[in-house]
Each structure stands twice: as structure tokens, then as C-alpha cells.
Design a protein around this ligand. Structure first.
Ligand code: ATP
Ligand code: MG
Length: 303
């Protein structure tokens, strides 16, 4: 089972330390439970089944990634988990209590930069704390601790637009965590970042996660990102969005970027690709009639 030596590695075979860790995770309480969740969108008399019969248990301090092709319902799922969207059927429990609507037990980080542009970095992190009724002074004190934890205390009085995209997302993570949620929900939070910043953000997130009692559900369509981050990966398939498979990632922790070239990593990725790959005929109609016309006068056609 050597790394990267061309031998065939079965992604389902967990190295002993990983198997032990998975057993430990599964012995912990279930923080987030999703039961028979379904979602139907009705629009102008047409119904779209976005999600059907989704069941999942996420254990305390587990890191779960959800992957799947575009349109399979990833954002819908995470929005329902956050309480921003109503489920059509099924239910969600946090710490065994059914939840309906948003609550301080779930924090959310979105793909788009969603900091309040008129609030300083510190005031952004203070937001959830103030909403929870914590005094301004105490909110400020706690917000500064969070900014220190993510290494951005120097920017406490800056406005979001003065920060890079990666820094803004770090503040968004701090803002979500400051309210001390049980579950952190993330919808493609790093997909707008360049490749290098992205890997640094992934490592940064895992460091934070190691140090606090937080359970993470992270949506991504980037398979490398999912394998690098997750304990388990939930694979959704499209039309309707259903659970296709749950994969236990056969990689030790703490994760290191070098693991991305290992045979275990590559075997997992190959399997995920085989699940997510959509045969051309299934997507053909979506792209029909979308041949790109010449947008400028070209004298040289580039191959
Ligand atoms: N508000 C809405 N009204 C009607 N249909 C919707 C709505 N939101 C999502 N849908 C439909 O539900 C399905 C799932 O959409 P969703 O955005 O959850 O997919 P996704 O997996 O996040 O896709 P992507 O990878 O492109 O972000 C799609 O068919 C989409 O068109
Ligand atoms: Mg989405």
C-alpha cells in the first residue's frame, strides 16, 4: 500500500489509524441528524424535485463534505440545514431537537462575500454576539479574541472592501464561529479564491476546527478540496438530488498538502469522478443552442 507507486489502492481500505479515528467519531453523539429530507420547488406550475429522501447523521466534531454535480441540490440542502429554506418533507434535528428556521446553533458561511460593507471587520464579528443579546463591550472583547485567533486583529477597524477575498472569508468564518454554533455550514466558501489562497484557507480552517468544538458540513464541487478536508464525503446525484454514496476518506490527520499525491488520495478521487461524471447525453439538452457566436472581429482564429 505504498504511496504513489502505481500499485492499485482500494479507497475503501482505511489505514489502521484512520479506521480507529472513524470508530471514535462514530462513537460520539450525533449533532446533526437529517431524516427523509425532501424539497420540491414549484415555479409557474412546474415542479422541480431538488432533494429526495436525504438521510444523514453528522457526529460531534466530524468534518463532512457534500459533493455532487451542478444542480444536484447542494445549496438547497445547506440552506435548509441553515433554516433559510423550508423543507417540503422530512426533518432536521440538532442535538436531538427538531429545528425549523434559523438559529444560533447553526452558523453559515456563503460562497459570496457577505460581510456587511458598512461595518468594520470587528463590528462584523460582533454582529451575531449582539444579536444574542450580549453587551457591546463583551461582544467587542470576544470579537477581538476571534480576530486574534484567525490572525486578523490588525484589521479590526478596517472595512471589508479593504481586505482581500481570502481575508474577508476568514472574517466571515470568525463571524459565524463567534456566536458559538454547534454546526458550521459552509457553501463553497473558497471557490472564489485563487488556487494558492484556497489551499491556505483549507489548512487554516482545519487548524481552527482542531482547536474548537465544532462540527462542519462543507459543500464543494471540488473533489480535491472534499478529500483534503473531510472525514466523510456525501455524494449526491442530480435530478432529483439523492444520496448516492458516503465515502470515508482513507487519509490520516493532520492533513498535509503532500497527501494529495498519495495513492489513497488518487484512488478516492478516481472513484468520486466515476460517480459524478455525467454521461454527455444527460447534459446535452441544457447546452443546446448555446454555441458561442464570435463576439469580436477576429482575423486570426485561435485553435
Ligand atoms: N428558489 C428556487 N426555485 C426554483 N428552483 C430552484 C430554486 N433553487 C434551486 N432550484 C432548483 O433546485 C435544483 C438544485 O439547485 P441547487 O442550487 O441546490 O444546486 P447546487 O447543487 O447547489 O448547484 P451548483 O453546483 O451549481 O451550485 C436545481 O434544479 C435548481 O434549478
Ligand atoms: Mg450551489
Amino acid at each position: 500500500m505504498g504511496a504513489g507507486n502505481g500499485m492499485t489502492v482500494d479507497y475503501r481500505v482505511l489505514p489502521p489509524d484512520v479506521a480507529e479515528r472513524m470508530a471514535r467519531i462514530k462513537s460520539r453523539d450525533v449533532v446533526l441528524r437529517v431524516e427523509n429530507l425532501g424539497k420540491v420547488f414549484a415555479q409557474r406550475g412546474r415542479e422541480t424535485v431538488a432533494l429526495e429522501d436525504i438521510n444523514m447523521n453528522v457526529h460531534r466534531r466530524e468534518f463532512v463534505c457534500v459533493v455532487g454535480p451542478s444542480g444536484c441540490g447542494k445549496s438547497t440542502l445547506v440552506r435548509i440545514l441553515a433554516g433559510l429554506e423550508q423543507a417540503s418533507s422530512g426533518r432536521i434535528l440538532v442535538d436531538d431537537k427538531p429545528v425549523d428556521g434559523p438559529g444560533p446553533d447553526r452558523g453559515m458561511v456563503f460562497q459570496k462575500y457577505t460581510l456587511f460593507p458598512w461595518r468594520t471587520v470587528c463590528q462584523n464579528v460582533m454582529f451575531g454576539l449582539e444579536m444574542a443579546g450580549i453587551s457591546k463591550d463583551e461582544s467587542r472583547r470576544q470579537a477581538m479574541q476571534w480576530l486574534q485567533a484567525i490572525g486578523l486583529e490588525r484589521f479590526a477597524d478596517s472595512l471589508p472592501h479593504q481586505l482581500s477575498g481570502g481575508m474577508q472569508q476568514r472574517v466571515a468564518i470568525a463571524r459565524a464561529l463567534a456566536a458559538q454554533p454547534r454546526v458550521l455550514l459552509m457553501d463553497e466558501p473558497f471557490s472564489a479564491l485563487d488556487a494558492q489562497t484556497r489551499v491556505r484557507m483549507q489548512t487554516h480552517l482545519m487548524e481552527i476546527w482542531r482547536k474548537i468544538d465544532i462540527t462542519i458540513v462543507f459543500i464543494t464541487h471540488d473533489l480535491d478540496e472534499a478529500i483534503y478536508l473531510a472525514d466523510r464525503i456525501l455524494v449526491l446525484k442530480a435530478h432529483p438530488g439523492r444520496m448516492e454514496e458516503v465515502i470515508e476518506v482513507p487519509l490520516s490527520r493532520p492533513r498535509r498538502a503532500e497527501q494529495m499525491t498519495s495513492a489513497e488520495f488518487q484512488a478516492t478521487k478516481a472513484h468520486l469522478e466515476s460517480l459524478i461524471h455525467t454521461p454527455a447525453e444527460e447534459t446535452a439538452d441544457e447546452f443546446e443552442g448555446t454555441e458561442v457566436p464570435l463576439l469580436t472581429l477576429v482575423t486570426d482564429v485561435v485553435e
